[in-house]
Design a protein around this ligand. Structure first.
Ligand code: SF4
Length: 257
């Protein structure tokens, strides 16, 4: 897919919309990058599909952004929730704030609340767009504009944009910004796992800040390494205490395995 690297963000989205139609969607958590993509895509096709993962632990400001996108762009935001049974069993076994205890528990929470709901939602699509940029972290430096991942096309329209370019686009086009940016947040995620960062601090430092050596990824975009919870574990997903397995998803494996 080398030829796609020469496309601009807008050209990439125009190609995706024309090629895949309703089998294409933008995934966004309403960070600047996602909002820039929503704005770019709305100029091409106002009816482009947009979805977001509601983990159940989002800050209230993110729900405000869902309303903002609805009113500003006339868009329907498809809200994807985790499986209630999986959440209830996880919380019963490990407590509501299990993510603070160990890296494995944090990854379990991300798996149940993000990775698995995303995998289920992606069954509806042939292609999807993310706001990932190479500049964001070392783990993202090798991203391509258009990738084939697990039988599906993953599109990163802003892959070569700098943070300054994102800021310039949102400013010049008066794109609505998540209110938490004004309070020092560099990235936006779940309320208990995201905090503001100081001047000069790595933007990813605001995520899971209590983890010292873990990769600052939730598993949606990267395999976070060996841990007990994998979508494609054939015998089912054992939780950390080895209790009742959470059944593996049918029909697809990990979205980015
Ligand atoms: S970011 Fe935190 S609350 Fe959200 S899914 Fe991951 S561990 Fe759970």
């Amino acid at each position: 897919m080398r030829e796609y690297e020469a496309l601009s963000a807008s050209e990439t989205l125009a190609w995706a919309i024309a090629t895949f139609g309703k089998a294409f969607a933008i995934a966004t958590s309403f960070q600047k990058e996602g909002m820039a993509i929503v704005d770019l895509a709305a100029r091409i096709s106002p009816g482009v599909r947009i979805f977001t993962l509601d983990t159940g632990r989002l800050p209230d400001e993110t729900y405000q952004m869902m309303e903002t996108v609805r009113t500003r762009y006339g868009a329907t935001v498809e809200v994807v929730s985790p499986d209630r049974d999986e959440v209830e069993r996880m919380v019963a076994s490990h407590g509501p704030n299990l993510f603070y205890s160990t890296v494995e528990c944090r990854q379990m929470c991300c798996d149940v609340r993000k990775v698995r709901p995303l995998a289920r939602k992606l069954l509806e699509f042939e292609a999807w767009a993310t706001g990932l940029r190479r500049e964001q972290s070392g783990t993202r430096a090798g991203l391509r504009r258009v990738e084939q991942v697990d039988g599906r096309i993953k599109i990163n329209p802003l892959v070569d944009w700098t943070a300054e370019e994102v800021d310039r686009y949102t400013r010049e086009h008066e794109v609505p910004l998540h209110p938490l940016y004004a309070r020092g947040y560099a990235t936006i995620g779940c309320a208990p796992c995201t905090r503001a960062v100081g001047p000069g601090e790595d933007p990813r430092a605001g995520r899971w800040w209590w983890e010292q050596d873990a990769r600052k990824e939730c598993g949606i975009h990267f395999d976070v390494g060996p841990h007990p919870i994998r979508l494609n574990r054939p015998a089912g997903l054992l939780d950390l205490a080895g209790e009742t397995p959470i059944a593996p998803l049918r029909g697809r494996s990990h979205p980015d395995a």
